[in-house]
Every structure is written in structure tokens, then in C-alpha cells.
Design a protein around this ligand. Structure first.
Ligand SMILES: [Zn+2]
Ligand SMILES: [Zn+2]
Ligand SMILES: [Zn+2]
Length: 311
């Protein structure tokens, strides 16, 4: 799974870092790990194998997220953080604002699971052939990891936003009907599917685990719809004639909203990055056109509001 937001994770500790990508683990992950290992304790002759099984799933989820991160970087986007929490992993990626770039950065995650299928299948067949009665635990673990990898692959490809399949749907729709309308359709379908599926899971199956995942998906879909609506509004808004993004040159739209550190909403361009309510400073904004991060664009120091300082 991916998330474009990049705020500092709370309740998470940095585990390690690979190629400048920080991997964070949320404390609840440890809690759920202990519970899951306990629940499946009788699947093996020793609990060590449960730990092996769970750590292998951890590695598979991590490889999936690294797939997203490296693919995003390969098309010129930003990816510096991966978070692991009980519902799986999230790669915080910001691919460039092109449908092909989004498609590749999302598809690369499930592609890792797809490539792992022959590897794990080979391992399962290999162990069974070389030493058929050596360790039933080992063979059981490899088979379980193979099945979980396939389940992760299928689950992630469900076309339900914000699952990878839903974001792939957004990228494909973007080619045809544009970024904002594509996101509206994908997130709208995601909201309907996750609310329906979540209610069915909780009421009919009493499955609160699926209910929690569905609630998260519904919330992310709702945010996706709000983002699409807000971006459409900004695209139609008048622009500041003298302030442009240093990366793509687009003039800054009027009515952009950001949160100051004390959570006041304000237009960072209009107030030159200084919150009008508490005076705290927001010094960077993410351009809605090219998704690059840049300092808040200030007007020319002396009163020449009509001239463009770059030209
Ligand atoms: Zn993913
Ligand atoms: Zn830009
Ligand atoms: Zn403020």
C-alpha cells in the first residue's frame, strides 16, 4: 500500500534504513505479532516456527513496500519512508504527477509478490524433494508463507481504493478522464465497497479484523474524494500572477490551504508562509501540479506586484 502524506509517524520507532529509506515499525505491530504467534501456536511443534513464519511475512511485506519505493524513485519521485503496522505496510511515496509514473510506482509492489511466487514454490518443491521427512515444520512454514504471499498478492490487487488495485484503477482512469475525475471515480468506488464490505463483515461474520481494515479503507477513500474535489476547485481558481513553482513554473492558485503546526488552516502563498492566527511558519509547500516540494513562494520584496521575478 502507499500513502502520499509524509508527516512524521507517531507511535513509531525507526528500525533501520536502506538506501536512505527509513523503515519505521509502529508499536501496535509488536502487539499484534505476539497475539498472532500465540493464536497459531499449535500449527507447529515449536513456537520458534511461528516466529519464523511471522518474521517471513514481515520480510515479504517489507519487500513489497520497497518495490513501491524504488519504483517511485526510478521515475523521479520521492520515497523516503516505510511504515509497518498491523494492517500491513505503507510506503510513503510521491511519484511525479504523470499517470504512467503513478501506475509503475503502485504496480511494482504487487509485482514483488508475483515474482516471489515461483521462488517460494521452488523452495517448497525443493525441500519436499531433497529431504521429504527432514522437518515437517520447515515444509509447513514454506507452504504457509507461499499461501500468505499469494493471498497478499490477490488482496492488494482488489480494485478497491486505497489498495494497490484501487490506485492502479486511478492511474488507468487518469489516462482517459484526467487525474481529478479518475481519483473521484476510484475513491468513490472504494468508499462504497469498503463501507458495504465492512458492514457485511461486522454484521454477518462478526469479523472485526476485516471491519477495521474496511474502516481504514473507507477513511482513506473519503480523504481521496476530498483531495480530488479540492484540487478541481484549485484548478479552476484564479492564480497569483507573480508567484510560481520553481520546479514546473505553474502559477500558484489562490485559495490553497495548509495546516500550520498548531493546526490552523491558511493560504501559505497569501500569507507568505506565516500563519495569520499564531504567527508560526510553514516554510515548504507541495506543488499540486508537479508534486515537488518547494519553499513557500514569496512575492518580490519591493512593490512590483505585476512583474514576474523569474522572467
Ligand atoms: Zn502496495
Ligand atoms: Zn510545480
Ligand atoms: Zn497557526
Amino acid at each position: 500500500m502507499t500513502d502520499p502524506a509524509a508527516s512524521r509517524p507517531s507511535g513509531a520507532a525507526r528500525l533501520f534504513s536502506v538506501a536512505g529509506i527509513d523503515v519505521y515499525g509502529h508499536w501496535t505491530w509488536l502487539l499484534v505479532a505476539v497475539i498472532v504467534v500465540q493464536i497459531r501456536a499449535d500449527a507447529y511443534s515449536s513456537i520458534v516456527w511461528n516466529v519464523v513464519e511471522y518474521l517471513s511475512i514481515f520480510v515479504i511485506v517489507l519487500l513489497h513496500e520497497f518495490g513501491h519505493a524504488f519504483a517511485t524513485r526510478s521515475v523521479g519521485g520521492t520515497a523516503n519512508k516505510i511504515m509497518l503496522w498491523p494492517l500491513g505496510g505503507v510506503a510513503y511515496v510521491r511519484p511525479p504527477a504523470r499517470p504512467g509514473a503513478l501506475l509503475w510506482s503502485i504496480f511494482a509492489g504487487p509485482l514483488v509478490n508475483l515474482l516471489l511466487v515461483p521462488v517460494l514454490l521452488g523452495a517448497a518443491i525443493g525441500f519436499a524433494a531433497i529431504a521429504p521427512d527432514a522437518s515437517p515444520d520447515l515444509q509447513h512454514a514454506v507452504a504457509a508463507i507461499l499461501v500468505i504471499n499469494v493471498l497478499l498478492l490477490v488482496f492488494n490487487l482488489l480494485p478497491i481504493y486505497p489498495l494497490d488495485g484501487g490506485q492502479i484503477l486511478h492511474a488507468l482512469l487518469w489516462f482517459v478522464i484526467g487525474r481529478e475525475r479518475g481519483l473521484t471515480v476510484a475513491a468513490g468506488l472504494g468508499l462504497v465497497a469498503s463501507v458495504t464490505g465492512g458492514l457485511a463483515a461486522v454484521i454477518l461474520l462478526q469479523d472485526f479484523w476485516i471491519g477495521a481494515i474496511a474502516a481504514y479503507a473507507a477513511w482513506r477513500s473519503f480523504v481521496g474524494l476530498a483531495v480530488a474535489k479540492n484540487r478541481s476547485k484549485l484548478l479552476a481558481a484564479p492564480r497569483y500572477p507573480d508567484r510560481s513553482c520553481p520546479h514546473c513554473g505553474e502559477l500558484a492558485p489562490q485559495g490553497l490551504k495548509v495546516l500550520c503546526p498548531r493546526r490552523h488552516v491558511f493560504d501559505p502563498v497569501e500569507f507568505e508562509g506565516r500563519c495569520p492566527q499564531c504567527d508560526s511558519v510553514v516554510d515548504e509547500v507541495i506543488c499540486m501540479f508537479c508534486t515537488e516540494r518547494s519553499p513557500v513562494i514569496r512575492a518580490a520584496p519591493e512593490p512590483q506586484p505585476e512583474s514576474n521575478p523569474e522572467s
